[in-house]
Ligand binder design. Sequence first.
Ligand code: SF4
Length: 352
Amino acid sequence: MNQDETYDAIVVGTGISGGWAAKELTENGLKTLILERGRMVEHIKDYPTMNDDPWDFPYKGELSSDDKKKYHVQSRVNWAPKDDNKHFFVNDLEHPYVETKRFDWIRGYQVGGRSLTWGRQSYRWSDIDFEANKKENIGVDWPVRYKDIAPWYDKVEEYIGVSGQNLGLKQLPDGKYQPAMKLNCVEEAFQKATSEKFDDGRLVTIGRAAHITDPDAKFEGRNTCQNRNRCSRGCPFGGYFSSNSSTLPAAERTENMTLRPNSIVYEVIYDDATKLATGVKVIDAETHEKLEFNAKVIFLCASAMASVGILLQSKSERFPNGLGNDSDALGRGIMHHHYKLGATAKVDGYLG
Ligand code: SF4
């Protein structure tokens, strides 16, 4: 075991939450080590297909039969991966998992994680959501309500840029939005038909998406979305929010960040004497060397599944069942990313 480096803070993972943790910790003066299990992906430089056109892909963007084998699990979810963005998804043959029933699991092992390929839909929870557990007597009541979280929604929306329409709805609170994108002509017709057919206040509105739409807005190193619809390849304009275009460069500017790709964290070190988590154990994905890094503060931002996996593997005299797992609930109720919630339709006409 190769000892060791000490930091003020360690962040595990560089996706949306890891990038934010990196930005906040470094901007507050903490020397912070950011560990990412996958390879380096640098904004713009490492987006190989960002400017390719449909005719640049031999299968019109679909996967070849060889690639269909490599991505046979993730391809069950229709939007991912395709020929133009497959380099941002794990190879299912190299990263298999056991399914007792179908479980669609999309993973991106690289700096930026799935912030490069996410759907960018960004909604505020309302008190209907925060109170649902209590009302339906499921699990434990949230210790916070909308008013506690609202200032943080403001902060995040203003920093990442979210476009959308404020409508004063109780189920979808208003936010600090960039101008809403326009509905297309079919969507406009659907909106009109919905308001005419229903008199119960039902409405159709554009999605709230993490894209910059205000041409006068100032975002460090990012520009207005050009509506090119090539987002999951990485965007050279920084039109949508990703860790790579936004929070990680912000952390880097502080000179307090040490970013270490190819670093697989497998355990949080817990000191039974001091009763504190003191560091993490890492395998270097390239050299297979085992390493330890120490810090006073450790943030696990390795996605719902991997963060739980790391905690379960972090066994000590005090926590023989995994770190913090006195209740034995750890790993038994994981809420992972949901995919493809919605509906699509083909509509004839509207050609002119
Ligand atoms: S310009 Fe907008 S639509 Fe085009 S790739 Fe960037 S974020 Fe996506």
